[in-house]
Design a protein around this ligand. Structure first.
Ligand code: NOJ
Ligand code: CA
Length: 700
């Protein structure tokens, strides 16, 4: 670890007049911070081009004078930091964390209250946060609203989803900022919001492109004990303002000093690839909180899942509710509906399949009682996360899996009853330890009961983290669906190995995702951490899977392979069913071979909404894997293999779209070819409309 940390302290008096300026280590980014007529503001440039025009900062409080005006600068501190750290799992083996920091200490003389603004400026962007030191006149307070502004220098192109307190599972819209208002209605699909939101409000991470070629991304880092930030656009002046998720009674956050907000982040570059390789969000998070991380391991898994999501089968065992209380359930009096795939025989089939093809785990959803009464409205009969259905022999199945070198993956659907989850959590994790589960997929579908808290409010955000840190005490890894969008917390808590928190593959079966979707997600959702996107669907015609389906998988088969490389995650599912994989075993080989943890990643080509090409080197090995995903226009690459070791020969196995392939009518047309290559070779590659390609490269 190389590291230096220097502190300079200046006296306030010498500095009051001029704006404070701080630059990135490479000098390309400049951030200016000032207090004008008592109002704190900042601005930012990249290579002399405006990224953020002067923008004001501050917080409005409930029943208290606001922290927005009447400030003076009480002190300035600048420091530099440079360190290289190793993630437990990640896109690269080493991550450099190098920034210059400016802390502007503010005092509000009329109230004698203190607030610091802390800016960290990196070569690829910056983060700032509000800090509230311990002080007599600001001990605890309630945030009515945060007013952090991000003033844009034009009508940029943006890739956005509608603001919402309870879902992030929308399709992205590409438009000018000025068009958001008129497109908003159409951007909210069937999964419609249960919340009130502004006609120009969008979620982060928000990716933009300026007419003068800058890529700008707004997000947040280290969202802990605070509510999640949306951005509300003043579309006359092109100024975004933070818009926090309220709690059930409308308050935004409850604070007790000493404390601070999450980081508000602005990434910038003139090269789209830098947006994808940036570690800004991770670097703004705290180092790993666990001493022993040996139990945290990347996972490749299959599961009893697509049969329900796409195939119309059911999580529940019966349509009847056993009439007795939870502690004496008697299923012998109920009638099974016979469409419950989480049964002994079927689960054994998946275990056999996983063992045969080298998968680590088998997810089984619908193993536990409670699905008949989703919200526990009968009061006596709710998920307890411990009681299996009668056709799921938890001991036998875990023993069977272990005898074949496979583990089962736990599933906890909370159905929005989070207090119920918390009261059963310890025993649920104990049960996992007892039977040898080490990973849980959790879920937060539906409105939150009992008080109607929002999915992205402070209360829920604290719960999601509580579930992760409690799991760590049991050496359990967590993959939470419908939880708040990630903000890099996996650096601090690396047992958070996955989240959904965006529109995943499941929507291909409901209605279909835009072909461009996977060319946007790495620029947006993936900035905060890995996504359990559940790729690997080989049967695109959902009518063949379920005659009632309205969905279509808008991707070619070759592109489904590429997603294991382009959608970085240490947790990857092969989401289709064994019967389908058995029809395409030659293509399935790529999913078997592809790594889930990496020493190195090189973004070779990228443009949001168009295409992404990335090469990654497997952790601790010399194998490389390449993936390309393209929008409906397809993509042609001349792929230089100069990332390979010089003077070494590799066997390339190329999984490409066939010349007549396309995502709509001919998605299963692919060609697999083999070639001997070196670092000097260039490959001409072509992705079909909605297609892609995948390549594995092994040294000979
Ligand atoms: C929604 C999740 O995204 C999906 O993966 C899961 O199967 C269902 N909820 C049921 O928990
Ligand atoms: Ca979901």
């Amino acid at each position: 670890m190389n590291r230096y940390y220097i502190t300079f302290l200046f006296s306030a008096a010498a500095l009051c007049a001029a704006a404070e300026e701080i630059k990135s280590p490479d000098g390309k980014i400049t951030v200016n911070v000032d207090v004008k007529d008592g109002v704190p503001e900042y601005s930012m440039t990249f290579d002399g081009k405006t990224v953020i025009k002067p923008s004001s900062l501050g917080l409005e409080l409930v029943n208290d004078k606001d922290l927005m005006s009447g400030f003076e600068i009480a002190g300035i501190k600048t420091t530099s930091f440079d360190e290289t750290w190793q993630p437990v799992w990640g896109e690269t083996k080493d991550i450099r964390n190098n920034y210059n920091q400016l802390v502007v200490e503010l005092r509000q003389p009329s109230t004698e209250r203190l607030m610091n603004l802390c800016f960290r400026v990196y070569d690829d962007g910056m983060g700032f946060r509000y800090e509230f030191p311990q002080q007599p006149n600001l001990t605890y307070f309630v945030v009515k609203d945060e007013h952090s502004q991000f003033a844009m220098d034009g009508d940029h192109t943006a890739w956005w989803i509608a603001g919402d307190y309870d879902t992030q599972e929308y399709d992205y819209t590409e438009s000018r900022l000025s068009e958001i208002r008129k497109l908003m209605d159409g951007a909210i699909d069937g999964n419609a919001s249960q919340t009130q939101f502004s006609p120009t409000g969008v979620q982060t991470s928000l990716q933009m492109k300026t007419d003068n070629g800058l890529y700008i991304n707004l997000h947040e880092a280290a969202l802990v004990d605070y509510s999640c930030m949306h951005l509300n656009l003043d579309d006359k002046n092109m100024v975004f303002e933070s818009w926090l998720t309220p709690d059930a009674i409308g308050n935004k956050a409850y604070m007790q000093a000493p404390t601070h907000t999450p980081w508000r982040t602005v990434m910038v570059s003139d090269d789209a690839r830098d947006m994808l390789s940036s570690n800004l969000i991770l670097n703004l998070n705290e180092p790993c909180a666990y001493e022993d991380t040996s139990w945290i391991k990347p996972v490749k898994y299959v599961g009893v899942w697509w049969e329900m999501i796409g195939g119309g089968k059911e999580w529940s065992y019966t349509y009847d509710l056993p009439s007795v209380k939870l502690d004496s359930l008697d299923y012998s009096k109920t009638k099974p509906h016979g469409r419950h795939p989480a049964n002994n025989e079927n689960v054994k089939k998946y275990i056999d399949f996983a063992a045969e093809h080298g998968f680590d785990q088998v997810l089984v959803e619908g193993w536990n009682i409670g699905w008949e009464d989703w919200f526990g409205k009968s009061k006596d009969y709710v998920f307890d996360f411990q009681t299996p259905y009668p056709d799921f022999d938890i001991k036998m199945l875990n023993d069977y899996a272990h005898s074949k070198g496979v583990r089962l993956m736990m599933h906890h659907e909370t159905s929005g009853s989070v207090r119920n989850y918390e009261r059963h959590m310890e025993k649920a994790y104990d049960l996992m330890n007892k039977y040898g589960y080490n990973a849980v997929k959790s879920g937060y579908v539906g409105n939150m009961i009992p008080r109607g808290e929002h999915h992205y409010g402070q209360w829920l955000n604290n719960h999601y983290l509580y579930a992760v840190t409690e799991a760590a005490k049991h050496k359990i890894m967590v993959n939470a669906h419908e939880a708040v969008r990630p903000t890099g917390l996996c650096r601090t808590y690396p047992n958070l190995i996955g989240n959904e928190s965006a529109r995943g593959t499941e929507y291909e079966s409901f209605s279909g995702n835009k072909p461009s979707h996977t060319t946007v997600l790495p620029f947006t959702r993936l900035q905060g951490g890995p996504m359990d996107y559940t790729p690997g669907i080989f049967e695109m015609d959902m009518k063949k899977v379920n005659p009632n389906s309205k969905g279509h998988v808008n991707s070619t088969l070759a592109r489904q392979l590429a997603l294991y490389v382009t959608m970085y995650s240490p947790l990857q599912m092969a989401a289709d069913v064994p019967e389908v994989y058995n029809r395409f075993l030659d293509a399935f080989q790529f999913i078997k071979d592809v790594a889930v943890d990496w020493d190195d990643s090189r973004y070779l080509e990228a443009e949001p909404g168009r295409y992404i090409v990335v090469a990654r080197k497997a952790k601790g090995k010399d194998d490389w894997f390449v993936g390309c995903t393209a929008n409906e226009d397809g993509h042609t690459s001349t792929l230089s293999l100069d990332f390979l070791d010089k003077g070494r020969k590799y066997e390339a196995v190329i999984y490409a779209d066939a010349p007549d392939a396309n995502y709509k009518d001919n998605p299963q047309a692919y060609v697999i070819s083999k070639k001997k290559v070196t670092s000097k070779d260039k490959l001409k590659m072509k992705a079909a409309p909605g297609g892609g390609y995948a390549i594995s490269l092994k040294p000979l």
